[in-house]
Design a protein around this ligand. Structure first.
Ligand SMILES: [Zn+2]
Length: 361
C-alpha cells in the first residue's frame, strides 16, 4: 500500500478550541489525510482518546484536548486500505475507458459509500467492468515513483501535470506496470489484486454532456453484493419465487393489478349508475372515491353530498344555488374548499350542517 502521509505516532497540540459545542484542534505535525483532497475522503482515527470526525486545516474531534500537550496518534489503517482500493480502482476504470473508448476522466469524487467518475465521451459499462476486473485479477504491480516535474514530463501520463504538482517540485507518479501511469497524491494499493473486485453500480448523464458513473471496490463491493443479495432474496420470498424469476413475477403481478383496476373501475361506474337513480334530494352518502367520482359526474340535477370514505373530503351537488351563496355559507362555517358549480368540494367532518344551511337559504 502507498500512503502519502507519514506514520508519525505522536505530536503536539498547537491549538484547541470549541465552537458551537464542537471540538477543533490544530496539530504541530498533521499525519491525517484531508477530506476532499485530490477527490479522496479523509483519514479517521484517534488523537489520544478523542475520535477524529473530519480533517481539513483543522481537525474536528469528538472531545476536548489540551493545547500544548503531547498526544498519541492512531490512524484507522483499515479505512486507509479501503480508500486505497477505491482510489486505485478509479485509476484502472479511468485508464480502461480512455484506452478502449477514448473518453477522458474530467472529475472524480470519493464518498463514504461510493465513488463517482465524470467522463467526457461514450463507453460500454459492462465491458468497462469486465476489462477493469481483468486488470484486478492480473495482479499487476502498483508502484510509486517520485520525480522532479522535468523528469516526470518525459513520461507519457494519462493526465497532464497540475500547476500545483509542478510548483511543489516533486511529482508523485502511480505506475500500474505498463498499463497506466498517472500523477496522483492519494492512497494506492501495492498490487491490483488487493482491490478484490470493481463494480459499477449506476450511471447517469450529467450537465456539460458528461456521463457520471458510480462504483464500489474492495469491501465496499462485497457489502454492496451482500445487501443486494439480501433484498433480492427477501423479495423473491414474498413472491414465493426464485430470484431468477423475480422480475417476471413482479411484471405479472403489475399486469394483474392493472387488469383488476380496470375491472374495478367498470364496477364502480356501474354502481354509481345504480346509486344515481336512488338518490333523494339533500341526501348525504358515504362512498369510495372512485364510485363518488363517477356519481358526481352522472348526477348533477338535484342537491346531495357524498363523503369520500376515510377522509373529510365531501363532494356537493348544488344545482340552482348561487355560487356566491354556497361560498359564503362555507366561509361562515369556516369550511375550506370550492368549485365552479354545480359540483363543489369541501373539507368537512359534518356535511349535514353545511347542507342544512344551504337548504335554509
Ligand atoms: Zn490516485
Amino acid at each position: 500500500m502507498y500512503f502519502t502521509r507519514s506514520e508519525i505516532k505522536s505530536t503536539k497540540i498547537k491549538r484547541y478550541f470549541q465552537k458551537d459545542g464542537r471540538h477543533f484542534v490544530e496539530l504541530e505535525e498533521n499525519p491525517f489525510y484531508e477530506d476532499g483532497a485530490g477527490g479522496q475522503i479523509g483519514d479517521r482515527g484517534f488523537i489520544d482518546s478523542a475520535r477524529v470526525l473530519y480533517v481539513s486545516d483543522l481537525i474536528e474531534v469528538d472531545g476536548p484536548l489540551n493545547a500544548g500537550s503531547t498526544v498519541e496518534i492512531k490512524i484507522d489503517s483499515e479505512r486507509r486500505k479501503e480508500i486505497a482500493r477505491q482510489h486505485t480502482a478509479q485509476h484502472i476504470i479511468s485508464a480502461v475507458i480512455e484506452k478502449h473508448y477514448g473518453a477522458k476522466t474530467v472529475g472524480f469524487h470519493m464518498g463514504e459509500e461510493d465513488t463517482t467518475i465524470d467522463l467526457d465521451g461514450t463507453f460500454n459499462i459492462e465491458e468497462t467492468e469486465n476489462f477493469s476486473n481483468d486488470i484486478v485479477l492480473s495482479n499487476l504491480k502498483v508502484e510509486e515513483i517520485i520525480l522532479t516535474p522535468e523528469e516526470a514530463s518525459k513520461y507519457e501520463l494519462r493526465k497532464d501535470l497540475s500547476e500545483k504538482a509542478i510548483k511543489s517540485g516533486n511529482v508523485r507518479l502511480i505506475k500500474i506496470e505498463d498499463f497506466d501511469l498517472n500523477a496522483c497524491g492519494g492512497f494506492h494499493v501495492g498490487s491490483t489484486s488487493e482491490i478484490g473486485i470493481i463494480k459499477i453500480t449506476h450511471s447517469e448523464r450529467v450537465k456539460g454532456g458528461l456521463t457520471r458513473i458510480w462504483f464500489v471496490a474492495g469491501k465496499r463491493a462485497l457489502k454492496d453484493y451482500q445487501m443486494k443479495s439480501q433484498v433480492l432474496y427477501e423479495s423473491a420470498k414474498i413472491f414465493d419465487a426464485s430470484w431468477m424469476d423475480l422480475k417476471a413475477r413482479i411484471q405479472k403481478s403489475l399486469d394483474d393489478l392493472k387488469e383488476k383496476n380496470a375491472t374495478l373501475k367498470k364496477m364502480a361506474e356501474k354502481l354509481a349508475n345504480y346509486i344515481s337513480k336512488e338518490i333523494h334530494p339533500f341526501e348525504i352518502l358515504e362512498l369510495d372515491e372512485s364510485v363518488a367520482s363517477f356519481l358526481t359526474r352522472i348526477r348533477q340535477d338535484i342537491p346531495y353530498a357524498v363523503k369520500i370514505s376515510g377522509t373529510n373530503n365531501v363532494s356537493f351537488s348544488l344545482p340552482n344555488y348561487d355560487r356566491s351563496k354556497v361560498m359564503d355559507t362555507a366561509k361562515i362555517l369556516g369550511i375550506k374548499g370550492g368549485g365552479n358549480g354545480p359540483i363543489y368540494r369541501f373539507a368537512t367532518e359534518n356535511p349535514a350542517i353545511f347542507m342544512e344551511k344551504i337548504r335554509e337559504g
